[in-house]
Design a protein around this ligand. Structure first.
Ligand SMILES: [Zn+2]
Length: 320
């Protein structure tokens, strides 16, 4: 029997920051946000140094939660990468280059003396959205997370679905523009090179010839009426809808939740997104898809990671 009253630690790792929280009864009762630019570090430093930095940072923030809540029984980490569902190793992380087939769980277990379960970050957020907000509205849900990359998570008939190799719903790597921008996964023209914060920055740089502006700044320019900035967000909305229409033709669900750090800029993407989705969906699905923006205030990833870890530890004990 899974004890939902258990005290759990959940961690949501992003490209530029991470959030750690203590979860009880599916609610975050304590949390902390830490700036940690893993993405830049991994792009600039050798893989072993990047791995040490990631492990040290994770151990530090989790230990702080552990000191405050020593009764915590398990740690769940939502990590941006492909996670082998059996070994829980990070097989590849397109936005954290150099990390290939790495085991984060074992060294963290030795440091913290707590079981540590690694999951894909978007799958964790999808499960967090499902159990905290949308459980009553149906059994299946697609989650799209817009941040440094574009993540996807699928809850199918009430269960998180990671796929045989842990790459189910890697929607950020749907090829939207064949031969287009190079991607960290090794292909070209992937959705996340257009619809993520990174993609918006790339589009804006192409259009304006101004380099080095991030998506938050570009959103402010768009609000002021800058045409290139507006077009960068419109392309993000258009490409995201193209990807989502494809997903919905494969997994016919009616609930879609959009989350991640780009949510505050959603209104800049929305008209282009709606128009493209309407055009590309199978006619019978038009107007029947309920799309909502996450209102979990970034907590879905923490709750989902913690709850998936609780489920996994329960299942592992059950199989032992
Ligand atoms: Zn890719």
């Amino acid at each position: 029997m899974v004890k939902y009253s258990s005290c759990l630690i959940g961690v949501d790792v992003g490209g530029t920051n991470l959030r750690v929280g203590v979860v009880q009864c599916q609610r975050v009762i304590w949390e902390q946000r830490v700036q940690a630019d893993f993405s830049t570090f991994c792009h600039e430093r050798p893989a072993h140094e990047a791995l040490d930095f990631i492990l040290d940072t994770l151990a530090g923030v989790i230990h702080e939660a552990q000191v405050r809540y020593p009764e915590a029984s398990v740690v769940g980490i939502g990590f941006p990468g492909f996670i082998d569902p059996v070994t829980r190793r990070v097989t590849q992380s397109p936005n954290l280059p150099g990390l290939r087939d790495v085991d984060l769980s074992t060294p963290l277990f030795h440091l913290l003396k707590l079981p540590v379960i690694i999951e894909n970050d978007a799958l964790a957020a999808a499960y967090g959205e499902f159990i905290t907000t949308h459980r009553g509205s149906g059994e299946s849900l697609v989650y799209l997370g817009l941040g440094t990359g574009v993540g996807g998570g699928l809850i199918l008939n009430g269960r998180p679905y990671a796929g045989t190799h842990g790459v189910a719903m890697e929607v950020g790597h749907l090829i939207i523009e064949p031969g287009g921008r190079p991607c960290g996964c090794g292909n070209r023209g992937c959705l996340e090179q257009y619809a993520s914060a990174t993609g918006v920055a790339l589009t804006y740089a192409e259009l304006s010839k101004q380099l080095g502006l991030d998506a938050t700044l570009i959103a402010a320019l768009a609000q002021e009426g800058d045409d290139n900035a507006r077009r960068a967000f419109e392309l993000a909305g258009d490409t995201l809808a193209r990807g989502l229409a494809t997903i919905l033709k494969v997994v016919d669900v009616s609930r879609v939740v959009i989350g991640g750090g780009m949510c505050p800029s959603w209104q800049l993407m929305r008209a282009a997104f709606d128009a493209r989705l309407d055009a590309d969906l199978i006619p019978v699905l038009r107007k029947r898809i309920r799309i909502s923006i996450s209102n979990a205030m970034d907590r879905a990833g923490i709750v989902g990671a913690a709850m998936l870890a609780l489920l996994a530890s329960h299942e592992e004990r059950g199989h032992a």
